[in-house]
Write a protein that binds this ligand. Structure first.
Ligand code: ASP
Length: 343
């Protein structure tokens, strides 16, 4: 490596940045400008670290698309000066946020690693230090003077995942995330071992970074359940201004084949509402037409989410809706991988 990499830490809020005030016993937000002082271990890393914090730190339950833009702005404004970015957010909505950032940035040639923790960095048993230190090491990792990672990833509890493949699966355990339909990109043990075969390879030639900040938020997630009524579905699909729906169906993309249900979907599609079929199962693929109960969905123009996560589907929907595509174009883009989110 020719020079020490420059890493930018972006702290938006969440448990990781909390520290215990031993006098009062209360958790309070930590001043990230003092990060090197508070976590001296970071000085042993072979890189320069700078940090930026959100002015108002947020619990990630308050995450929204304006904050997505704020994160993207920070990356865009610092892209040329840093070799990698580590974004610290609360874990609760980290999969949604990191998936969205993956669609908002095209031609990425540097690592963006999201991480956080289940216990605050000041806690004796914290998982924050390992998550943070290894995320920085991953952001620094290079081979033949090129970054090993040039995509948006999420690192948690010894595993690096493609961010738009992840889901938060546990509210308590340190292993809080899973990537059911795509293998981990790296594992941290005695060595940090990358599975290069699964990692996105960025092109050798320098491509211009494309940033997309327009996201359409007139969207919703509709999870089916046995007993869902016509009244409920009708009201949901007739919300004024609705532009897109992630429909969480059963198994390999199956839904009731009762005519009231299919007619309501057909009517919504005729009003240019895009409907994406995503499975409620945590792993596996939507295959429309595999069972009789999904044949009509395909015929009436429901779009297959294939093996995309719900978190990634809602982000991709917000992004593609801003592009003014015909149903055919929209379907073609949705059903293919744009950032490795679909197999
Ligand atoms: N509620 C917190 C948040 O998502 C939990 C965490 O930081 O992991 O902001």
């Amino acid at each position: 490596m020719s020079k020490k990499p420059n890493i930018l830490l972006v702290y938006t809020g969440g448990t990781i940045g909390m520290i215990k005030d031993y006098k009062t016993n209360a958790l309070k937000a930590f001043d990230f400008n003092q990060i090197l002082e508070k976590i001296p271990e970071l000085q042993q890393l072979n890189c320069f670290i700078e940090s930026i914090s959100f002015e108002i730190l947020i619990d990630s339950s308050n995450m929204n698309t304006q904050y997505y833009r704020d994160i993207v702005d920070i990356i865009q404004n610092n892209y040329n000066d840093f070799d990698g970015f580590v974004i610290l957010t609360g874990s609760d909505t980290m999969s949604y946020t990191s998936s969205a950032i993956s669609f908002m940035i095209e031609n990425l040639q540097k690592p963006i690693i999201f991480t956080g923790s289940q216990l605050p960095i000041g806690d004796l048993r914290t998982d924050a230090k390992e998550n943070l230190i290894t995320s920085i090491e991953i952001a620094c990792a290079r081979k033949e003077d090129q970054p090993i990672i040039s995509e948006v990833c999420l690192y948690f509890e010894y595993k690096l995942y493609r961010a738009n493949r992840t889901t938060k699966i546990n509210a308590e355990q340190f292993q809080a995330f899973a990537s059911m339909n795509y293998p981990a990109l790296a594992e941290s043990g005695v060595h940090l071992s990358f599975s290069e075969h699964y990692i996105h390879k960025s092109s050798k030639e320098k491509k211009e970074l494309i940033i997309r900040k327009k996201l359409i938020t007139d969207v919703l997630i509709l999870k089916l359940f046995p007993g869902i009524t016509k009244k409920v579905v009708n009201n949901i699909l007739n919300i004024e201004g609705l532009k897109g729906v992630v429909l969480e169906t059963y198994g390999s993309g199956n839904a009731p084949d009762e005519s009231w249900f299919l007619d309501l979907l057909k009517e919504a599609i005729s009003k240019d509402i895009r409907i994406i079929n995503v499975t409620q199962c945590s792993g596996g693929n939507v295959i429309q037409g595999h069972y009789e109960t999904s044949v009509t969905l395909k015929q009436i123009g429901v779009i297959s989410g294939k093996d995309i996560t719900t978190e990634s589907a809602i982000a991709k929907l917000m992004y593609l809706l801003s592009e003014n595509l015909s149903l055919k174009e929209f379907t073609d883009y949705f059903e293919k991988s744009l950032r490795g989110e679909i197999s």
